[in-house]
Every structure is written in structure tokens, then in C-alpha cells.
Design a protein around this ligand. Sequence first.
Ligand SMILES: NC(=O)c1ccc[n+]([C@@H]2O[C@H](COP(=O)([O-])OP(=O)(O)OC[C@H]3O[C@@H](n4cnc5c(N)ncnc54)[C@H](OP(=O)(O)O)[C@@H]3O)[C@@H](O)[C@H]2O)c1
Length: 160
Amino acid sequence: MRTLVVGGTGMLAGVVRALLDEGDEVFVLARRPMPFQHPRLHPLGADDTDANALQPGAFDRGVVWIHGTALEAPSQQVRGPCWHVLESAATNPARPGSQRRERFAALGNDDREVILGFVVEGNGSRWLTDEEISAGVLHALHHDLKRHVIGGVEPWSARP
Ligand SMILES: NC(=O)c1ccc[n+]([C@@H]2O[C@H](COP(=O)([O-])OP(=O)(O)OC[C@H]3O[C@@H](n4cnc5c(N)ncnc54)[C@H](OP(=O)(O)O)[C@@H]3O)[C@@H](O)[C@H]2O)c1
């Protein structure tokens, strides 16, 4: 399995490690180097808006941290399922028709989404840890979930 991970140098590093343990060839698109090496780890040091960064070939599946401008570019190189990791703002009820949501809806049947929510605990709430994010993304991959919210996004007013 050739898996593309965008954001693998950050909060998705745990996803990279787990997929390597599971036997994948893992291609990490990021500007920084990975903090570790592995025979099946292939760093693609580039900005994700660089149209030439992914020319080496197609991927069987993808985990793509979506930030700012680049939505379609990396995922178009994935010929199988692609999990788009989105901030909780993607579910903001005050912005149901946000540009990002409309663009996502226009993508293909192989597209899936993972929403980074928050955790309500005690009298307050907090954002997710990197470990919770990676575990949640892996859960979505292992169960081929079309849509998965890590933590929760309701009530929206409870956001940290
Ligand atoms: N809901 C939650 O609980 C939760 C928790 C954590 C984060 N977040 C959200 O996630 C956002 C990012 O958090 P963070 O900065 O801590 O995440 P991060 O994972 O530490 O950094 C972002 C990742 O995206 C990559 N990246 C960024 N711009 C890129 C580009 N132009 N080309 C290629 N790769 C790029 C970075 O790699 P390089 O720098 O190596 O290129 C890095 O791997 C936050 O603003 C927050 O909204 C939400």
C-alpha cells in the first residue's frame, strides 16, 4: 500500500509511524524533514502548493491535512480513498455554506473527511492532543469511515 500523508511532520506523525508498522510505503509531503528514518518512509520535502511535488506517482490512499489554500492538489494524486483532515471550523453552524465545505462536496466518492473536534471535560473543554488526532485518523482508516469526528463539535458554544 502506497499511502500519502500531508502533515506527517506535525500532528499526524503518529499516523506515519503506525502505517509504517502496518507495512505501508509512506510518502510524507511536508516542508520540514521527518524526525526519524525508515526504509519505507519517503519524505517529499515540498510545499503542498508545489504542482511538481507529487510527480513521482499515484498513491493507493491518502491522509491529507487540509489547511488554507491547498485542497485538491495533493488528493488528486490519490487513486483510492483519501481522508481530508479538517479543523472543527468546517462544521461551524454559522458557516454552513463555507467555501471549504462546498469544495469538499465537489470532490469524488473516494473522498472522506475527519473533523478535528474538541473534548468536553469537567467544567470546560480542550483541544485534541496529537496522539488523539493520530488515533482518530487511524480509526477512520481502519474502518473506512466516510466521515469521522474526533472528540465532538457540539455544542459549538463549548469550544475551548
Ligand atoms: N481540534 C483540535 O483539537 C486541534 C488540535 C491540533 C490542531 N488543530 C488545528 O490544526 C491547526 C494546525 O495545528 P498545528 O500547526 O499544531 O499542526 P501541525 O501538524 O503541527 O502542523 C501542520 C502540518 O501541516 C504541514 N504543512 C503546513 N503547511 C504546509 C504546506 N504549505 N505544505 C506542506 N505541508 C504543510 C506541516 O508540515 P511542514 O511545516 O513540515 O511543512 C505540519 O506537518 C491549528 O491551527 C488548529 O486549528 C486542531
